[in-house]
Write a protein that binds this ligand. Structure first.
Ligand code: PLP
Length: 464
């Protein structure tokens, strides 16, 4: 009964994937045109599914971005690998609920095995617990809920039972360059974003150990410190050996937002960038960025499984629990009913193997270094960061000395050879190039570098 629907759907998907290498890296339609094409009142009568899919695809295709393609360098965006896409299709076809073992022994098992592989690849303690969540924002929130539980338990307070009203005050310390989702996560767990005590950052956005030492001297327990592996602009990682030692000696909880940077641990040649990160108490990691699986996929990892479970699990008469060693996935996530997100992660890890995963990470970093080297030869282009990971931060200056970065970004996006976004770095507009896709080749880097230089020259001519 699924023929010819799924065959037709596969053809549409195939045709789209075939365009990823060559289609312009910009949308071909507008929000208004797209909503018109898709919209109108919901019809009264049913429609044939194959027709629905064909019309849906036709209406949406002009507004799709080839963000899974090889020359999309916006935000931190990977493109799903073939094994990951195929596994994700099966997840939909199987339609298993990942909440409880009793709902799907197969999904419980794949989560268990995948969690073990992930801890191994990320060089984190094998005894840590792993929750398969929607992304790093929710991973930060989950890990910080576990942190909140544990630091208050040590202070003699049961936050799950009694909430935060009347609880001992928790001090949250974070790097001045912490990702915005840390603030969001702190809001969600009731600790607030504006009460963060900031630690000064160096010129790459790394937490400064001397500043952390000073800050901690004035902080009493209970306390949580948020560090970072992979600054969203520079890719820089906090100095974990020093940070870990200071936080441990102080008795605080150390959380690490490693949305993309933690993947450096999967490469023998890059591992040193995150040395010492395994001594933290919790970690947030994205899979839909650098592991190149489909959205939505992140990991909340906690070195104290009892705290993780206490902060997340729920009980009810009808929620039939596993009796033995079996895994109930919902013990580790804020959601109950949940997609089997571990399945595409399993598929991508198994298809790459250890060596393939290391190569994926290394090739992206080599791509970033190549991009920086190409662009640095152009007078007026300044590489603003130490390109150690997969991020390149650029500043463009016209011959008259004006910062024309914003105009260059607009021109690059309009040309459509590649896509790079903007940011502000140390008070000035900057272009961000993030190399995170398995598809990106050295040729894509060269083509994109040439396009960026071209856009810069066009902009400079106009502004001269
Ligand atoms: C992307 C990112 C996040 C947010 O992740 P989502 O998966 O978009 O929720 C958090 N922290 C860092 C450092 C990131 O790069």
């Amino acid at each position: 009964m699924y023929e010819p629907l799924l065959t037709r759907t596969r053809q549409i998907a195939d045709a789209f994937l075939d365009t990823l290498d060559d289609r312009p890296v910009r949308p071909a339609s507008t929000f208004a045109a797209l909503t018109t094409a898709l919209g109108g009142p919901l019809p009264e009568d049913p429609a044939e599914p194959t027709l629905v899919i064909e019309q849906l695809a036709a209406a949406m295709q002009p507004g799709l971005l080839p963000s899974a393609g090889p020359r999309y360098f916006g935000f931190v965006t990977g493109g799903s690998t073939p094994a990951a896409i195929a596994a994700d299709w099966l997840v939909s076809a199987w339609d298993q609920n990942a909440a409880l073992h009793v709902m799907s022994p197969a999904v419980a098992a794949v989560e268990e095995v995948t969690a073990g592989w992930l801890l191994d690849m990320l060089a984190l303690p094998s005894t840590a617990s792993v929750g398969f969540v929607t992304g790093a924002t929710m991973a930060n929130a989950t890990a910080l809920a576990a942190a909140r539980h544990e630091v208050l338990r040590r202070a003699g307070w049961d936050v799950e039972a009694d909430g935060l009203q009347g609880a001992p005050r928790i001090t949250v310390v974070a790097g001045a360059e912490a990702h915005s989702s840390i603030g969001q996560a702190l809001r969600l767990v009731g600790l607030g974003a504006s009460t963060i005590v900031p630690v000064a950052a160096d010129n790459q956005g790394r937490m400064r150990p001397d500043s952390l030492r000073e800050v901690l001297a004035g902080v009493s327990l209970p306390a949580i410190v948020c560090a970072q592996a992979g600054n969203v602009n520079t890719g820089a990682c906090d100095p974990f050996p020093e940070v870990g030692r200071l936080v441990r000696n102080h008795g605080a909880w150390l959380h690490v937002d490693g949305a993309f940077g933690l993947w450096a641990a999967a490469s023998p040649t890059l591992r040193d960038l995150v040395r010492g990160v395994d001594s933290a108490d919790s970690w947030a990691v994205d899979c839909h960025k650098w592991l190149n699986v489909p959205y939505d996929s992140g990991l909340a990892i906690v070195a104290h499984p009892a705290a993780h479970r206490a902060s997340m699990s729920q009980t009810a008469g009808y929620l039939i629990r596993a009796h033995g060693e079996e895994r109930d996935g919902m013990d580790w996530t804020p959601e109950a009913s949940r997609r089997a997100r571990a399945v595409p992660i399993y598929a991508v890890l198994r298809s790459l193997g250890r060596r393939g995963l290391a190569l994926l990470i290394e090739r992206c970093c080599q791509g970033a270094a190549r991009m920086a080297a190409r662009l640095a030869t152009e007078p007026g282009v300044q590489v603003m960061n130490e390109v150690a990971l997969n991020q390149v931060l650029l500043r463009f200056q016209s011959s008259s000395g004006r910062n024309v970065t914003s105009a260059v970004i607009a021109q690059v996006q309009n040309d459509g050879v590649c896509w790079a976004g903007g940011t502000r770095w140390r008070g000035e507009p900057a272009m961000r190039v993030s190399v995170s896709s398995w598809r990106t080749t050295p040729e894509d880097i060269d083509r994109s570098a040439a396009a960026i230089v071209h856009a810069f020259r066009m902009t400079s001519e106009v502004s001269a």
